[in-house]
Design a protein around this ligand. Structure first.
Ligand SMILES: Cc1cc2nc3c(=O)[nH]c(=O)nc-3n(C[C@H](O)[C@H](O)[C@H](O)COP(=O)(O)O)c2cc1C
Length: 146
């Protein structure tokens, strides 16, 4: 039996990737959020930050706007570090914050954040996929001790 609360959805209302971004992005994504609410989905994961490219079709969408339409948990993502994540959570914005690229250069990200240790900087895009001239290396994916 399908349990809708076991399903989450990921959206990128501000994103430009793969040709995204339309003049009615705000109206569209708020409508989607209302539908997700009606379907009683478990959560929405939102690429809210602009660090992966912004379509510039209007004021960037905020978590607060989506919160008005969707009562369940909202996870914010893109460009967060420990401080900005804390601010987002304590300001009553998102319910959770997700990290992507910081994990690539810091496989021990959780421990480092918990202990307030300095993070290794995020590596540039050419390191995200580690094939260089078809030779696969682990250069962009250091071990926790590396
Ligand atoms: C190597 C790499 C691969 C990714 N692949 C996907 C993907 O297949 N689907 C997706 O929705 N996001 C993908 N993303 C985006 C991440 O899920 C995340 O949204 C993005 O890195 C922004 O979060 P961050 O600023 O914490 O890194 C990818 C990111 C990276 C760095």
């Amino acid at each position: 039996m399908f349990e809708p609360e076991c399903v989450g959805i990921r959206i990128a209302p501000n994103g430009v990737y793969n040709g995204m971004g339309s003049d009615d992005f705000r109206e569209s994504f708020l409508y989607y959020a209302r539908r997700f609410s009606a379907y009683k989905l478990g959560y929405i994961h939102v690429m809210i930050g602009l660090g992966f490219g912004f379509h510039n079709k209007g004021k960037p969408m905020t978590i607060a706007e989506l919160k008005k339409e969707f009562p369940g948990p909202i996870i914010a993502n893109v460009g967060f570090d420990a401080d900005s994540a804390e601010k987002e959570l304590s300001a009553g914005g998102a319910d959770l914050v997700a990290f992507g690229r910081p994990f690539l250069s810091n496989p021990d990200l959780v421990e480092k954040m918990q202990e307030g240790r300095e993070l290794r900087p995020m590596l540039p895009m050419e390191y995200w996929y580690t094939s260089k001239e078809n030779v696969w290396t682990s250069e962009g994916y250091p071990s926790p001790k590396g």
